[in-house]
Ligand binder design. Structure first.
Ligand SMILES: [Zn+2]
Length: 321
């Protein structure tokens, strides 16, 4: 498939630069820097792009492999994405989340890679999301690749996201010592915002009358664990892992027996299973965004705004006073 350069939208307005890097391999682009002299950092999906651009503060050009509004789990990379990865000063990704990115990192000089999986402390496993995955149906080829294993959704826990941000800040500083003070200062500011967010969640979810959350896919395991909730995902760890009839019945029964009044859908994927559960149980539908990307359907323009929208949805849906 011939992907256009828009597969690499950039957060710093350097689309033209990336076009040059990706399509022409022009002589003016070096392995470490773009046409404007700034180093290029390629990130695999939104939360990594957001943290990196906040910490870099304009000192690097940050691009993202997953288009805004695209669902990142089953990302496919075009040849130009891979060229961009091989030319970047640094490629930031989370091993185990996006198989296409994991595969492509084999073509990147190891010293130009930052895998944040260790910093993210991925302690939850796929089997802990509360129900079985439907991966036996005939139309389930998508379920066959490596989603099983660790839950990748670290960014929905502000503590884990802060640890990843620190790892990114340290790495940017190591690669570019001249700007180390800026990176350190920006990292501190970003972590401070996450600390504030964490406090709001802690206070906001302290008094919920219902602690069981039914989500569209199992993206909220770390968030649930951090704030004393129990997550039951209708789909598996990846939205493409669809529920079986038995899985849906199990969720319906859970909604009824636990007195759940709200079922959460998300923004980047169709909400038909959440809708099905809501219809058959009489529960309301609300939106809980896994923040795997930001687009015009998102309830906010960045991670922090959408996290606060999620908090308010949870407070309403779980009866928190
Ligand atoms: Zn996900």
């Amino acid at each position: 498939m011939n992907r256009s350069w828009t597969a690499l939208p950039t957060l710093a307005g350097t689309a033209a630069l990336l076009l040059a890097v990706g399509a022409c391999s022009s002589a003016s682009s070096t392995a470490a820097g773009g046409g404007d002299g700034k180093p290029v950092v390629v990130t695999s999906f939104y939360p990594l792009a957001f943290a990196t651009s906040q910490i870099a503060g304009g000192a690097v050009d940050v691009s993202v492999l997953t288009k805004p509004g695209a669902e990142p789990h089953d990302l496919e990379l075009g040849a130009q994405d891979i060229v961009a990865m091989t030319k970047a000063r640094l490629v930031i990704y989370a091993d185990g989340f996006q198989p296409a990115v994991d595969d492509a990192t084999a073509q990147v000089e190891p010293s130009h890679l930052l895998d944040v999986a260790a910093a993210a402390d991925l302690t939850l496993e796929a089997t802990e999301d509360g129900h079985e995955h439907a991966d036996t149906g005939a139309a389930q080829q998508g379920a066959q690749h490596d989603h099983a294993g660790d839950d990748p959704h670290f960014w929905l826990d502000p503590h884990r996201y802060a640890a990843v941000a620190k790892a990114i800040g340290l790495r940017l500083a190591a690669d570019d010592p001249a700007n180390a003070t800026t990176y350190a200062k920006n990292t501190d500011a970003f972590v401070a915002k996450l600390t504030t967010l964490d406090r709001e969640y802690r206070v906001g979810l302290k008094t919920c009358t219902n602690k069981v959350i039914v989500t569209s896919h199992s993206a909220f395991g770390y968030l649930a664990q951090r704030y004393g909730l129990q997550q039951h995902g209708i789909a598996g760890l990846s939205p493409e892992v669809e529920p079986s009839a038995a899985g849906l019945k199990e969720i319906n029964d859970l909604v009824r027996t636990k007195g759940i009044t709200t079922v959460y859908q998300e923004t980047l994927v169709e909400g038909r299973f959440a809708e099905t559960v809501a219809t058959s149980t009489g529960a309301k539908l609300a939106t809980l965004d896994p923040i795997e990307g930001i687009n015009d359907k998102s309830a906010g323009s960045d991670y922090f705004e959408v996290m606060r929208s999620n908090l308010s949805a949870l407070r309403q849906g779980q009866g928190c006073r």
